[in-house]
Ligand binder design. Structure first.
Ligand code: 6GU
Length: 247
C-alpha cells in the first residue's frame, strides 16, 4: 500500500515511521510519502491561507496551493503511473465517522492520499475538483475538534495498517478485537493468579473452553450494554442468540 500525506507540518507525521508502522515500512508492506504543502506556494511568505468569503473568524486554506499539490501528488500523470486513482481522504470534524468498517475498506486500497487541513478548513472547490478524478472521503475521527487533520491521519493510518496481512504478529488479534463482532472486548488477565488481593476469575483457569467462551461473551455484552448501548442497539437481530439475551 502506498500512503501520501500532504500537510503544512510534515514533522508532525514522524510517528508514522515508529513502532508497528515503521516495521511495516521496513518490511516493504507500506510506502509512506509525506509532502510539505508550502512547496507549492509561489509567494515570499509561502502563504497557504486567506480570509473567508462572507466574513467570520479564522482563515481558509487557498485552493490554488492545494490544487497544485494534489496535481503533483495524485494528478493525471501520477494516476497513469499507478494504473488507477487513489482514495483521497480529507480529515475534518465535519466528515463522516471513521469506523472499523471504513478502516477495513481502506485496508483493501492500494493507494491512499491524505490532505491535512488546518485553520477553518480547505476551500470547498479543492474537494469538488479532486472528486472529478478520484473518490474523496471527508472523515472525522470523533465528536470533538482538533486543530488540524495531522493527528487524525496518525489515527486512521494506524487503524488501517494493522489490518494489512503480515503486519500483526498474530492475525487473530485483528479478527477478534473490539468491533469485529460489534461488541466491546471484555476484560483480560495474565499471571499472577492473585495480585494485590485481586484474583483472576476462576473460569479462565478451568480449562473448560466452552465455559470460557461463554464467560467472555457475557462480559463483552455487559460492558457494551453499560458503555456503548448504541452499539448493542445497532446489532442485527440474528447477532444475539437466546443465551446472549439472558445476560
Ligand atoms: Cl479528522 N480533523 C479535525 N481537525 N478535527 C477533528 C477530526 C478531524 N475528527 C474529529 N475532530
Amino acid at each position: 500500500m502506498r500512503i501520501d500525506v500532504v500537510t503544512i507540518f510534515p514533522e508532525y507525521l514522524a510517528p508514522l515511521r515508529a513502532a508497528l508502522l515503521g516495521k511495516a515500512i521496513e518490511r516493504g508492506l507500506i510506502g509512506v510519502h509525506v509532502h510539505d504543502l508550502r512547496e507549492w506556494t509561489h509567494d515570499v511568505h509561502r502563504a497557504v491561507d486567506d480570509s473567508p468569503y462572507g466574513g467570520g473568524p479564522g482563515m481558509v486554506m487557498k485552493p490554488q496551493v492545494w490544487g497544485e499539490a494534489l496535481d503533483e501528488v495524485c494528478g493525471p500523470e501520477r494516476i497513469a503511473a499507478e494504473g488507477r486513482p487513489p482514495r483521497l481522504v480529507v480529515p475534518t470534524p465535519a466528515g463522516r465517522p471513521f469506523t472499523q468498517r471504513l478502516a477495513r475498506e481502506y485496508a483493501e486500497e492500494e493507494w491512499l492520499v491524505f490532505a491535512c487541513g488546518r485553520y477553518e478548513g480547505i476551500d470547498e472547490r479543492v474537494v469538488t475538483d479532486a472528486a472529478r478524478r478520484m473518490p474523496v472521503d471527508e472523515v472525522s475521527i470523533g465528536d470533538y475538534v482538533l486543530v488540524g487533520g495531522e493527528a487524525a491521519v496518525l489515527v486512521i493510518v494506524e487503524a488501517v495498517v494493522r489490518l494489512l496481512p503480515g503486519v500483526l504478529g498474530n492475525p487473530a488479534s485483528a479478527a477478534e478485537d473490539s468491533f469485529s463482532d460489534g461488541l466491546l472486548e471484555g476484560p483480560c488477565y495474565t499471571r499472577p493468579e492473585q495480585w494485590r488481593g485481586l484474583a483472576v476469575p476462576e473460569v479462565l483457569r478451568s480449562g473448560n473452553h466452552a465455559a470460557i467462551a461463554r464467560w467472555r461473551r457475557d462480559r463483552a455484552l455487559e460492558r457494551t450494554f453499560h458503555r456503548r448501548p448504541d452499539l448493542l442497539a445497532a446489532l442485527p437481530d440474528e447477532a444475539l442468540d437466546r443465551h446472549d439475551r439472558a445476560v
